[in-house]
Design a protein around this ligand. Structure first.
Ligand code: SAH
Ligand code: SF4
Length: 371
């Protein structure tokens, strides 16, 4: 489902110039409008104070602005903030702002998403911390993964590209900071809303938009093979993360029932194709769930899955979700996996959950009001 009327936010700079010409305005007005829409996330033409009033009125009649309102914000002790945003049709969606200071790093673990050596170089340059936004692509999700709060909710609708970009802008505005990284890892399965997601990622990347480097924009999918191959053909150097969580078929089927049609063999083929096409490393997300996917056998399956594939494994902790009774694996197990992956020559990191005191971790987002 998409927005009912054409959105001026989706106009390219060229299209805006055309519109200004049509309205008898000088060319520079297009740049002004673009900045208001994308840099300042204006929610009304009245805010565009450097435009003539008559132009503002014409625009508001032809292209009414949809508004993404921040309904509530919750801040965690580690400065992570979770936002509840209200869309134009009243539905709500969540996104998260994560502040990573250079002094925050715990030994042997990473706080960021899909982080690899290039990120670390960027971080080393980064003196004042950086802002990562985790954004959603759907209201709810149809995939019904057994460990995921969003999955329990079912799918309500796809977000438009506007609504995806607006989350990033809103969080940047609230922090008063430039957004350095985006992880498309909030609510929803991005590759079930492929066109809007890629359109949004392009607008985040564009120097006429948010100007965030493609290598700083990561999309996470539960593993839709056709779309992974399609993504391999996109020209930008966006990053890809896969929520693997099990490398043995029956275990994965139990955790991610809607993915059983996309079996692991097919998934591995799609990933090998991606690595070949892009020459880029993929991040495999593996959440360790006590006695569900953390046995020695599971570990051997993971090592076998990774063999010959250019991957980085991110071991992540399970964040408790009401009504779901999985437990995270204990520290000894996590450590054992890390050492075993290291010994097998597979790059690996252990992600420390941020914002867990506000249920702010990605994948734990639920479109219900905060208590
Ligand atoms: N649908 C996409 C992106 C959103 S989910 C995907 O599945 O990849 C973002 C990440 O959070 C995924 O790796 C997901 O598996 C993980 N996740 C879901 N529920 C979680 C939970 N309760 N604790 C920790 N991570 C979770
Ligand atoms: Fe959807 Fe991802 Fe949650 Fe699975 S983990 S239900 S794909 S949001």
């Amino acid at each position: 489902m998409s927005a009912a009327c054409e959105s001026i936010r989706s106009f390219s700079p060229e299209r805006l110039e055309e519109l200004m010409r049509e309205l008898g305005q000088p060319k520079f007005r297009a740049k002004q409008v673009h900045e208001w829409l994308h840099l300042h996330n204006a929610s009304s033409y009245d805010e565009m104070t450097n435009l003539p009033k008559a132009l503002r009125e014409q625009l508001s009649q032809r292209f009414p602005l949809q508004e993404t309102k921040i309904l509530q914000v919750r801040e965690s002790q580690d400065s992570t903030k979770k936002y509840l945003l209200q869309l134009d049709d009243g539905l709500v969606v969540e996104c998260v702002g994560i502040l990573d200071g250079s002094g925050n790093k715990a030994q042997g673990s990473q706080h960021s998403f899909g982080e690899t050596e290039d990120d670390q170089a960027v971080e080393a340059e980064d003196k004042g911390g950086r802002l990562t936004v985790c954004c959603s692509t759907q209201v709810g999700c149809a995939m019904k993964c057994s460990f995921c709060a969003t999955g329990q909710q079912g799918l309500e609708r796809n977000l438009t590209a506007d609504e995806i970009v607006a989350q990033v802008v809103a969080v940047g505005k609230d922090f008063g900071m430039r957004v350095g990284n985006v992880v498309v890892m909030g609510q929803g399965e991005p590759f079930q809303n492929y066109d809007a997601t890629i359109d949004a990622m392009r607008r985040m990347n564009s120097d006429a938009g948010l100007d965030i480097g493609a290598r700083h924009i990561t999309v996470s999918t539960s593993g839709l093979c056709e779309e992974i191959k399609r993504f391999a053909k996109e020209p930008e150097q966006f990053r890809l993360a896969i929520s693997l969580h099990a490398a043995e078929q029956s275990t994965r089927n139990a955790l991610m029932p809607r993915l059983s049609g996309q079996n692991l063999k097919k998934l591995r083929t799609a990933l090998a194709y991606y690595v070949e096409e892009k020459g880029r490393r993929i991040t495999l997300e593996y959440m360790l769930l006590n006695e569900h996917n953390d046995t020695d056998d599971d570990l051997q399956h993971l090592i076998a899955f990774c063999e010959g594939l250019n991957v980085h494994v991110n071991l992540l902790p399970f964040n408790a979700v009401d009504g779901i009774d999985y437990m995270p694996s204990d520290h000894r197990t996590v450590n054992k996996w890390r050492v075993a992956l290291d010994n097998a020559g597979i790059p690996c990191s252990v992600r420390k959950s941020k914002g867990s005191d506000i249920a702010g971790a990605c994948g734990q987002l639920k479109a219900s009001r905060f208590e």
